[in-house]
Unconditional design. Structure first.
Length: 367
């Protein structure tokens, strides 16, 4: 059975455009991950009275390629919607569109039913029968409008996407910055007082925590590369914002515009478009169904596993004297191997954990 039977030949372009957006998201995400792994922030302990304030003394500048790739990905997602709508109208009309009608084809983003009707019945669209109220294409467009969220239109994916792309097209590239995701003591401690991270970009002079003089507490800090929504000025984790908008366009908007339903198999996000495909359907069936955000999460998980495994193994008496060998073994593991071995230890206790760790140490020493 063809899971993509809902996608007609005249709309195959959508799969290629979504694949391009996915590639851009992955590129932006990889730069963001690399950025957070380097010395993103510098801290110093500054004495204030009887306390020491953990204070930011430097914040690394964001790589500008990242925000531009994010802008490109967002614009590609919006272009996909525009192209799908245009092609669908062009396919349905009985006579070719005039130049004015062609220029008037756009995916609306409206705040009320009346505004959408005004959009459809305004020249030059009012002479395009397939767009008029009451038609199935009009209903499909209406289904995707922000006015369905009466109390949260600003958070509707179409509204967010339109605001991002209008800003990056007419004003500046996407606005990115580093915020504090979390700061936690490595071990529970009543001494340290962690400051609630500000919901804004961090800057030199920010105090992240305080503790009494003479006390030492090791902490872990997680910066988060974020993007600002132009219309609300709120900050959102970059890869989450791109993930959520990509998912909405691919899983909701494109199927609704083309098939009139979201109860279909969504198009695969990751398709290699650097090559040509003689058999489009086979290409879809063999494409990777993991979106960029999931692949990046797996990449990050593998890196965490490679860093964590030597520490776990060194706690065992059988591995305590083999620090360099265990570290080199873990570093050489592939992503899948690192994740599998790390996950295999989760939930184990007692004899089962001891046996699994001993087996893994033997594997590392014999590699």
């Amino acid at each position: 059975m063809d899971r993509y039977a809902w996608l007609p030949s005249h709309q195959q372009h959508a799969a290629y455009s979504l694949a391009h957006a996915d590639t851009l998201i992955e590129r932006a995400g990889r730069i963001a991950l690399d950025h957070t792994r380097r010395d993103t922030v510098a801290l110093d302990d500054i004495v204030v009275g009887d306390f020491v304030a953990m204070t930011l003394t430097d914040v690394a500048l964001l790589p500008q390629a990242m925000v531009r790739l994010a802008s490109d990905a967002l614009n590609q997602l919006r272009s996909t919607l525009e192209h799908v709508l245009y092609v669908e109208v062009e396919h349905r009309v009985s006579v070719p569109l005039t130049s004015g009608q062609a220029r008037g084809m756009e995916m609306p983003c409206t705040s009320s039913v009346d505004k959408l009707q005004e959009w459809a019945t305004k020249r030059p669209r009012r002479d395009v029968d397939v767009l008029q109220p009451g038609t199935d294409l009009y209903q499909r467009i209406a289904h995707l409008q922000p006015f369905h969220r009466r109390n949260s239109q600003d958070a509707h994916p179409l509204k967010v996407l339109v605001e991002h792309t209008n800003h990056s097209k007419h004003r500046t590239p996407s606005i990115g910055a580093t915020l504090i995701g979390a700061l936690r003591p490595d071990r529970p401690s009543d001494d340290i007082q962690v400051t609630t991270p500000p919901d804004r970009p961090i800057k030199v002079g920010d105090v992240l925590a305080t503790l009494p003089i003479g006390h030492v507490v090791e902490v872990s800090l997680w910066p988060k590369v974020s993007i600002q929504r132009p219309h609300t000025k709120t900050w959102h984790i970059l890869i989450h914002e791109l993930r959520d908008l990509e998912s909405w366009v691919r899983r909701i908007a494109v199927p609704m515009l083309i098939a009139g339903s979201t109860d279909v198999s969504p198009l695969p996000p990751h398709l290699d478009i650097t090559v040509g495909y003689a058999d489009f359907r086979t290409a879809l069936d063999t494409a990777d169904h993991s979106p960029a955000a999931d692949r990046l999460e797996r990449l990050l998980g593998a890196e965490i596993a490679r860093e964590a495994l030597p520490g776990v193994l060194l706690l065992h008496s059988h591995g305590v004297s083999h620090d360099q060998a265990l570290t080199a073994w873990a570093a050489a593991l592939s992503d899948d191997e690192a994740l599998q071995r790390h996950e295999s230890l989760q939930g184990l206790q007692g004899h089962s954990l001891d046996a699994a760790v001993r087996t893994m140490i033997d594997e590392a020493l014999n590699a």
